[in-house]
Design a protein around this ligand. Structure first.
Ligand SMILES: C[S@@+](CC[C@H](N)C(=O)[O-])C[C@H]1O[C@@H](n2cnc3c(N)ncnc32)[C@H](O)[C@@H]1O
Length: 200
């Protein structure tokens, strides 16, 4: 699975500003600062985490992503990169788990196992920061053209998502339901739940 669209997406996001949720989340993390970036893409957030003193384990299903990141972080000791999927990755202990715009593409049949692995990798006080797709998003529409990007689209209604955070204290829960543009400048309706949560 690799396409011009994916490569263009990585080009467009490689140096994009880090989202405010991640900027807020790293302030909540105690030592040791160990992060997992699930679906790291072009590595923008990996670079930010390294610059803020984290050891970073990052994975992505796309070889293009991992090749780019290997080049970008060549010679850095504190980053461990692997080409892996959400359910095959061996989640180490972490004080921060990041999944920005990536679990949107987790196969539905794998999600509960993946979520359980993410939960187990965080000890009490650990922080999850990430986003989930809501039902009004353009990508949730059955007519959405999936073939160029990742074929599985995982959608949650808020009522389905809230219970996933039963063993977390919610620090920030923001619902974005707005017209906007994709990283490549196409019109898109975004329906996204952006969440920062602390493991109890
Ligand atoms: C929209 S991009 C977001 C990338 C990055 N987190 C960011 O915010 O720029 C989604 C990423 O999830 C990865 N991805 C899709 N399905 C995956 C899977 N099953 N396992 C691991 N990564 C996956 C894609 O390859 C892609 O890099």
């Amino acid at each position: 699975m690799s396409s011009k669209e994916i490569s263009d997406y990585y080009d467009a996001t490689v140096d994009r500003e880090v989202r405010s949720d991640l900027q807020q989340a790293i302030k909540l993390v105690d030592e040791p600062k160990i992060a997992i970036d699930c679906g790291c893409g072009a590595g923008r957030d990996v670079a930010y985490l390294l610059a803020n003193g984290f050891i970073v384990h990052a994975f992505d299903i796309e070889s293009d992503s991992i090749l780019r990141c290997k080049k970008r972080f060549e010679g850095k000791d504190n980053v461990f990169l692997s080409r892996d999927s959400f359910n095959r990755f061996s989640y180490p202990f972490a004080s921060l788990v990041l999944a920005d715009a990536s679990l949107f593409f987790c196969p539905e049949s794998e999600f509960s196992e993946v979520w359980s692995k993410i939960n187990k990798s965080l000890s009490p006080g650990g922080i999850f920061v990430g986003s989930f797709l809501g039902p009004n998003d353009t990508m949730a529409n059955p007519n959405y053209r999936k073939e160029s990007f990742w074929p599985d689209i995982l959608v949650f209604k808020e009522v389905q998502l809230r219970p996933k955070f039963n063993s977390f204290e919610i620090i920030n829960w923001t619902e974005h339901n707005i017209d906007g543009k994709t990283a490549q400048g196409r019109s898109h309706h975004w329906h996204i739940f952006s969440i920062i949560a602390k493991k109890i």
